[in-house]
Design a protein around this ligand. Sequence first.
Ligand code: PMP
Length: 421
Amino acid sequence: MTIAIERRSKTRQPAPELDVERVRRDFPALEQTVNGKPLVYLDNAASAQKPRAVVDAVARAYVEGYANVHRGVHALSQQATAAYEGAREIGRRFLGAAEAREIVFVRGSTEAINLVAQSFVRPRLNRGDEILITHMEHHSNIVPWQMLCAARGARLKVVPIDDDGALDLGAYERLLGPRTAIVSLVHVSNALGTINPVRELVALARERGIPTLIDGAQAAPHTAIDVGRLGCDFYTISGHKVFGPTGIGLLYGRAELLASMPPYQGGGEMIRSVSFDRTEYAEPPHKFEAGTPHIVGAIGLGVALEYVESLGIDAIDAYEHELLAYATERLAALPRLRLIGTAGQKAAVVSFVVDGVHAHDVGTILDHEGVAVRAGHHCAQPVMERFGVAATTRASFAFYNTRDEVDRLVAGVERVLEVFS
Ligand code: PMP
């Protein structure tokens, strides 16, 4: 079976240019030196740096117009509520959802996946049912399903990946069966950079009436997201990876599904009325936002998403694509270096191993050179096992990285080769 690979860009117009020097000035953290060298920050897949607009908005939200949301009649509370709900509307637009009530504020992708597992899948899951994930998932899209399977006597099924780190599409189709309760898969792999053809994968599940959850934690900073076009039932992003604050993220859920789901947690904010006999729940999304929410985080996330929109996701996509090609070409030319993750469709992530050198040593030497990368299993141990390695070194790029920084990375790896010659 062949599936047309999803286009990286939604438009056919040439992408607008990204002025990287101007963009870099928006990120104060990039101006620092580390170990006496100008910082090269290539750990964006773990967490991205924040533009001044986000830092300022967070400070302003605490200083001007700060109060708890939804409950107050006073001016500050109304102002905070408007800002919080305004951020939800920005999230709706960013994800391409039809309605703001389809956007739930969560702590991040991890919480979103647990919420869907517990509130949507658990009540529908019977002994012998199956949950379908892929071999390239982050632990946060494995462990919640394992816990659920153990509790309900269900089975976790895993779509294999090939030696390039691309999904085995034929196997995916074969694994979709009458017992599949949900397909939960990653849009962009954090360990490999693979971009999955999500629209086609969702369509195949939908044809069979199988609901879908897409983990977009790594997609949001790099590529356009349109849940309407993807056709998925749930989609999640983490704020801190898309240049926003930590502790905040978005879960998109199709309106009728959210309406049909029991609450995830109980408490204040998520109720319409409470008595000792009976509680009536609020409508979505508030039904899923028990307790005082991360008000300022949500506001900061809204500003971060607007910042990304202001650069243009197509411009970001085109710029990073070029950067990825350059980094891949330069690293692949080095001796004793093996790239892990060479799929045809990739976001700006380069994982590699250096023959005879532990990834932590690579990371440490790079750190001495002022180059911040991640070394480890990237919360994707099954991916490491698939490629027969304990760990990789991962350079993950954002739109503020440059070709000069790729050169600094390569020079650092050359230093590693020298030290461990
Ligand atoms: N999915 C993927 C693909 C990720 O890269 C991450 C974070 N590394 C997560 C999920 C979890 O996101 P968070 O830690 O923000 O909940």
